[in-house]
Each structure stands twice: as structure tokens, then as C-alpha cells.
Write a protein that binds this ligand. Structure first.
Ligand SMILES: C[S@@+](CC[C@H](N)C(=O)[O-])C[C@H]1O[C@@H](n2cnc3c(N)ncnc32)[C@H](O)[C@@H]1O
Length: 343
């Protein structure tokens, strides 16, 4: 069986990297077929696992907009023939709607919604179209002249990423990370629900909120009381209960327990204070402080500005950089997202 993922195109690599990381840590066994940027098909999924995988991916992913169970793949010419071969009563009980989404395609979306809707109605008794509140959504993704016809079983919580923007939280401070990127970084760290994740520069708690929402235990620390307390206020607001926060300089970090992941956005530039530490020095000190607090197979996912060369620092401590992605912020700043682990 197959799952069809419609991904964000706001970054050329991160959505796919996030998907691969979640598949790896959740042991999702499927072949990845990347049709084009924004459209990925997960193939060869066993029948008894597909809904379990579907649910996990729906709950975790930040840069994926929609996930559907693929019914069949066709093209504009073969749609009538191929749709007639489907027993639609297996998919639709009472009401349905067809919605078409185009990716590098010129087809007439409304025309194809009507066309497939009519073909389904002709083929199946006792069902009706309901465009406002359909029980079943048939999603067609058109790529060039190819049509991927699928059914939505679980919805991603897209609202969350809009409603939990930093300025909408009870505690706000400039320099907070956008929730989608925070979720993606949590996922890149290969953490599993129930495991312990640490952010030692927690600020307003943006990363910890995302980790808490996918079921991780979280620990946050910050050099400023105000931030430590603000993080707790924000975590409470999102109903996250399994957390601890500490008022602590990262250089004094001594965890009560080794962590499974570290995900963090260390201070740099003008908008965040580095306490009394100078520019790049904070990165070096951070790597030294964090090493012994991580389990041997733990991953670290962090953001840094392009002008800080992490390589010699991680080499010195005994870490290795596994993946890196650049996000252009403006003309003179690219943010680098690095996935790092112990050698
Ligand atoms: C870029 S902000 C983190 C933002 C956070 N990801 C969020 O979403 O709000 C960096 C944080 O590191 C804290 N910080 C600076 N120097 C520190 C140090 N030496 N030890 C611990 N925290 C420090 C700052 O107070 C700031 O809150």
C-alpha cells in the first residue's frame, strides 16, 4: 500500500529530511519515491502497518501539509477507465467531495473535481456529494498530466503551526523560533515519544513545546530567570506536563540523567544575549558542556549562523556532523541547521 505526502515547498531539502528522520526513528518501513519537490510517495507499506504509520506521520511532521492513502495513479486520459475499476463503496459511505491540487500542472481543477465526482456517482449507489462537510475527502494531486487519486484518513494539525506563532503565546520575547522549524529540528534529532529531550538555551520554550506535543519528556534551561519562568508558562499553556526547567548557565550543565536528544538555538547576533560569553566562544563551550550529558546514540540538532564554522569545534569534542541545511534569512545571514552525533 502507498501513502501520498504533500509537502511544503518553503525549503528545498528540509521537508524530505524531516520525513526521512521520522521514518528512521519510528522504524517506518517504506520505499521513498520523491516524485518532485513537494510530492512524495511512500511505497511497499504492509497492509497491517499502514494506518499505524499514517497516524505517526500525521502527528509528527511539521513541513508536510497533507498525507493520504493512495488509491491509484492515472493520467488525464485514463481517468475514466481507471476510476471505473475502483469499488468506491470500499472508500465512501455516505458523502464525499473531490478536491484537486496542482503541482507543476495546468489542468483545470474545478473541471477535474466535477469529472471525477460524476464518475464516482455513476459507479456507486447511495452516496452524495457534500462540498462543505464531506465525510470522505478524495484528494487528487495533479503533477503535469499525472493524477494521484487518494483518500484522506487522518488530518494534520495545520492550525497549530499558525496559532502557536511565538507572539500568540502567553510569554513572548524576540528571537523565538518559528514553530514549524522547531518541530522539524525536533524530528531531525530522531527523538521518540517518551524519551528525554533537552534545550539548554530554551528562551521562550519554542523547541520544547514542539517536542512536548509529540509526546517527549522535556527539560529546558536558560541563563536568565525570566526565560526559564517564561518557558514554564508557555509549556503549561500548551498542556505539556512532563517537563522540568532550570535557571542555569550552559557551562555549568550537569543533567540528572543523560538525554536522548539535544535540540537548541544558541544565542548569536544582536537579538539574543549571550550572557557574558563572546560570540563564537559560546558554541565551543556548549559542545564541551553537552557531550557528557548525552547518551551515546543521542543526536544533537542545532541552529547557527553561517559564519560560525562548527566543524573544528565538533571534531575537538568528539562529535560528527551528519547533515546540514542552510536557510537564507536575509542577504547577509544564512541559518545553518546541523544534525550532529557522537563519533
Ligand atoms: C536564540 S535564544 C533561544 C530561543 C528559543 N529557541 C525560543 O524559541 O524562544 C537563546 C537563549 O539562550 C540564552 N542564553 C544565552 N547565554 C546563555 C548561557 N551561557 N547559558 C544558557 N543560556 C544562555 C538566552 O537567554 C536566550 O534565551
Amino acid at each position: 500500500m502507498k501513502l501520498l505526502c504533500v509537502q511544503s515547498q518553503e525549503h528545498p531539502e528540509l521537508p524530505l529530511a524531516e520525513l526521512k528522520a521520522v521514518m528512521e526513528c519510528e522504524n517506518i518501513d517504506a520505499k521513498i519515491n520523491c516524485v518532485t519537490e513537494g510530492l512524495v510517495i511512500l511505497e511497499n507499506i504492509s497492509r497491517d502497518k499502514i494506518y499505524e504509520y499514517y497516524e505517526i506521520l500525521t502527528k509528527r511532521l511539521g513541513y508536510t501539509h497533507e498525507i493520504h492513502e493512495l488509491i491509484f495513479k492515472t493520467n488525464v486520459d485514463d481517468l475514466p477507465k481507471d476510476s471505473q475499476a475502483v469499488d468506491w463503496s470500499d472508500y465512501i459511505d455516505e458523502t464525499f467531495a473531490v478536491r484537486v491540487k496542482r503541482i507543476h500542472s495546468e489542468i483545470n481543477t474545478v473541471g477535474y473535481e466535477r469529472k471525477l465526482g460524476t464518475l464516482i456517482l455513476d459507479n456507486c449507489d447511495n452516496i452524495k456529494v457534500n462540498l462543505t462537510k464531506p465525510e470522505t475527502l478524495i484528494r487528487v494531486v495533479a503533477f503535469k498530466n499525472e493524477l494521484y487519486v487518494a483518500i484522506e484518513r487522518f488530518k494534520l494539525n495545520k492550525k497549530h503551526f499558525v496559532e502557536s506563532k511565538p507572539h500568540k503565546r502567553p510569554f513572548f520575547y524576540p528571537g523565538s523560533m518559528n514553530p514549524k522549524l522547531a518541530r522539524c529540528m525536533v524530528n531531525l534529532s530522531r527523538i521518540k515519544p517518551g524519551e528525554l529531550l533537552l534545550d539548554p538555551f530554551c528562551g521562550t520554550g519554542g523547541i520544547l513545546i514542539e517536542a512536548g506535543l509529540i509526546g517527549c519528556k522535556v527539560v529546558g534551561s536558560d541563563i536568565y530567570w525570566k526565560m526559564k519562568n517564561g518557558t514554564a508558562i508557555n509549556l503549561d499553556y500548551y498542556g505539556i506536563t512532563d517537563y522540568r526547567t532550570f535557571h542555569l548557565d550552559v557551562r555549568e550543565l550537569k543533567m540528572y540523567k543523560k538525554v536522548s536528544s539535544v535540540v537548541t538555538d544558541p544565542p548569536y547576533g544582536i537579538s539574543t544575549s549571550t550572557g557574558d560569553v563572546d560570540g563564537e566562544e559560546i558554541f565551543k563551550e556548549f559542545f564541551h558542556a553537552i557531550y557528557d550529558n548525552m547518551k551515546d546514540d543521542a543526536y544533537l540538532c542545532m541552529a547557527s549562523p553561517h559564519y560560525v564554522d562548527l566543524k573544528p569545534m565538533v571534531d575537538e569534542v568528539g562529535f560528527v556532523i551528519v547533515e546540514q541545511y542552510g536557510i537564507k534569512m536575509h542577504r547577509s545571514l544564512t541559518r545553518i541547521i546541523s544534525v550532529i552525533r557522537k563519533k
